[in-house]
Design a binder for this molecule. Structure first.
Ligand SMILES: [Zn+2]
Length: 373
């Protein structure tokens, strides 16, 4: 049975379970560490649509977001750069990892040869939509400006499906949380600033792939679009967008904290969850069924929810002389990620995603590769 993601989230709320996301930092006395990454810099100006400078706009917006968060003692802000300097992509992730940050937010401006416009927020993952790939390629190209890129990015070919799959799997652990953070930022930009909604999307971003935390990349808007470029570059636009991004990060932090503080009512509303869910793109793999593996053993266990911390629709399969127990069944890879987050919240801390084709279990990598050819 294919369960509906929205229905699933609403059930969680009606049951009074706070949120289906695993808390990374649930110690309320520790500051929530936010790494803000201004795209490009120094010899890499980013895009120069309509004569505006992506590197300068990104840095200014990052500083404004940081200023807002720094006023709130619950947050500690780390910047990957605060001046117009060139920073290699792997250094950006390394900074975030060194500080053991709770989230990584990278800020960029988009460009296109048409009058395309709108705001979009990316998480790491595979998506074969041509225009997305185009955006990622442009943002990844900076690698070739780095002096020793052949050494650092050994074997990295942005056009090879194997490389892309390998990179996206490294961020998989944080996909559910990254999608939530991306959704909150994206919805604020769209609902409060009336930006055209290009949605929460997945793509392969070198800058995101080796951060060990939920990570998103915000494309504020297209500098190449005549009126949007003007807005994104304007003082008013920068101020408004910074406020909405900061609000999204604060909402995400509250959400994560509340996931473990059961005596506090979640501030995030059903409507917000509904909106986030709606803006998350589907990520369908035809012919593939993803499930969350919860347990394996020799003993045949009842499938009743009481046996499974209240999880419904558990399925059982006999494989290699063992009974294996699964939660969920969908061909939507994003949906299964959120389901995995939910099972972890329910106590299955080592649950993981598996894939089936025609009822036969296949390696996850093979399943993810099935669509990229
Ligand atoms: Zn950029």
């Amino acid at each position: 049975m294919r369960s509906n993601l929205l229905g699933f989230l609403l059930i969680i709320f009606s049951l009074g379970v706070s949120v289906p996301f695993e808390a990374r930092n649930n110690d309320t006395t520790k500051p929530f560490i936010v790494v803000l990454d201004a795209g490009h810099g120094g010899k890499d100006p980013g895009n120069l649509g309509n004569g505006y400078k992506e590197k300068d706009i990104a840095l200014d917006v990052v500083k404004r977001v940081g200023k807002i968060l720094e006023k709130d003692e619950r947050f500690k802000v780390i910047y990957t750069r605060t001046t117009d300097t060139f920073l290699e992509l792997h250094e950006r992730a390394a900074i975030a990892n060194r500080y053991d940050a709770d989230v990584f937010v990278s800020i960029h401006c988009n460009s296109h040869h048409t009058q395309a416009h709108g705001a979009e927020t990316f998480v790491m993952g595979l998506n074969k939509s041509d225009q997305n790939l185009d955006t990622a390629k442009k943002e990844n190209e900076v690698i070739f400006l780095e002096d020793n890129y052949e050494e650092i990015y050994a074997g990295f070919d942005p056009r090879s499906p194997e490389t892309l799959i390998g990179l996206s799997l490294m961020q998989e652990e944080y996909l559910d949380q990254s999608i939530m953070l991306a959704g909150l930022i994206q919805n604020n930009m769209v609902n409060n600033l009336r930006r055209k909604n290009r949605g929460v999307k997945q793509d392969v971003w070198w800058v995101l792939h080796n951060t060990y935390m939920p990570s998103v990349l915000v494309e504020l808007g297209f500098l190449t679009h005549n009126s949007e470029g003007h807005y994104v570059n304007s003082q008013e636009g920068r101020k408004d967008m910074s406020e909405e991004i900061a609000k999204g990060i604060v909402a995400y932090r509250d959400n994560i904290m509340l996931a473990t503080a059961n005596n506090v009512k979640p501030k995030i509303t059903e409507k917000q969850v509904e909106e986030v869910t709606e803006s998350v793109v589907k990520n369908i793999y035809p012919g593939i069924e993803f499930k969350v593996q919860l347990a394996a053993g020799k003993r045949k266990i009842s499938l009743k929810p009481a046996q499974w911390n209240g999880l419904v629709n558990i399925s059982r399969n006999q494989e290699d002389g063992l009974y294996k127990y699964y939660y969920g069944a969908t061909s939507d890879y994003n949906e299964i990620q959120i389901m995995k987050g939910f099972t972890r919240e329910k106590g299955y801390s080592s649950s993981y995603v598996v894939a089936f084709r025609d009822g036969q279990k296949i390696p996850l990598q093979e399943a993810l590769k099935s669509r990229s050819n």
